[in-house]
Design a binder for this molecule. Sequence first.
Ligand code: NDP
Length: 386
Amino acid sequence: MTRSISIFGATGSVGTSTLDLIRIERENYEILALTANENAAELARLAIEFDAKLAVVAEPSQLEALQKHLSGTNIKVAAGASSLLEAAAMSADWTMAAIVGCAGLPPTLEALRCGKTVALANKEALVSAGALMMAEARAAGATLLPVDSEHNAIFQSLQGGRIDQVRKITLTASGGPFRTWQREDMAAVTPEQAVAHPNWEMGAKISVDSATMMNKGLELIEAHYLFPVGLENIQILVHPQSVIHSMVEYKDRSTLAQLGSPDMKIPIANTLAWPERMVTECEPLDLAAIGKLEFEAPDEERFPALALARTAIEEGTGKPAILNAANEVAVAAFLEKSIQFLEITEIVSRVLDSYSPPKPTALDDIFAIDEEARARAEEMVEGMKV
Ligand code: NDP
């Protein structure tokens, strides 16, 4: 039976890995919508190859380029935020939410409202609007499958178990490229050094998040919403080899983990084929060649992003949305070489301290918090510009 698929963020790292997997069993899938931000040429190329019904660029200025690339085909083209929502409302059987940043929240929410299956890579949406997203998913009867390798590992380790049988969840972290660096040495880190992750090939934003360890902070919040075991029962453990992707300890002290080569196609394949399994061409895990697995406690002095994220979610207010928005602005400024590496978490910390909005109850509240936090972070970037 063919399944209909839509991919939000089709031109990105997760999006292209998803399409690589779809190529393996092409005949099983009908592609409804593919979206990008501004990369019209690549989006058009993918839309033609996969015979998509609709191609959407979020950036309206790229509509003309997209139209030109797709002229003479039957593929519909559209642009802008409302077109992303329309694409999500096409109600694909399986949707990949792989836009980077909170910009992915509206289409992800719309896809959840359709009540089908949503594979979630876009962690920023869950960080900013976790309670709302989970409530909408439940109300619509949608299936939310975690794509992030750690959360997918927890999801797999929970199969056959129940959340109320869990004592503790351990999120593993590679520690990023600066795991062994002194904090003062990180001051002069360049974007090129920060995006060079030792184990994973990923988009620029998540690579920088891994380098500051904000990625693990975001993942802590993500885990809190996806696996309600209590924040105090979610632990972070540095594991430089990225072989154990996360662990679940049950009440009886049995610990189940999911292992695999550090390749995002493995967790993506799990969500694409779920509840079945599909064949992939990923590298098999060769533990004899790896030799030994190492573990260490995270160092929150050198990587303050972890404590910032934990405090933000503990407060139970709109702080996670502030954390995420300020981080998005600061990471973009660092990638543009406007601020220094250590200033990323400094900005996030200062924006978090600068105000405390009440707990958001609606999407508009989240957008208002997001907007305010971005404005404050941008002001700080201006003041720090190198
Ligand atoms: P990339 O930067 O590689 O790709 C992002 C995708 O989103 C691109 O298709 C991009 O389009 C599109 N996009 C960017 N900005 C916007 C916007 N404002 N509106 C609409 N579309 C936009 O990111 P990744 O694939 O690395 O990451 C995607 C998400 O998955 C992130 O939330 C990340 O945290 C998460 N994730 C990623 C992993 C990885 O291995 N890469 C692992 C686990 C989670 P364009 O090409 O036109 O810019």
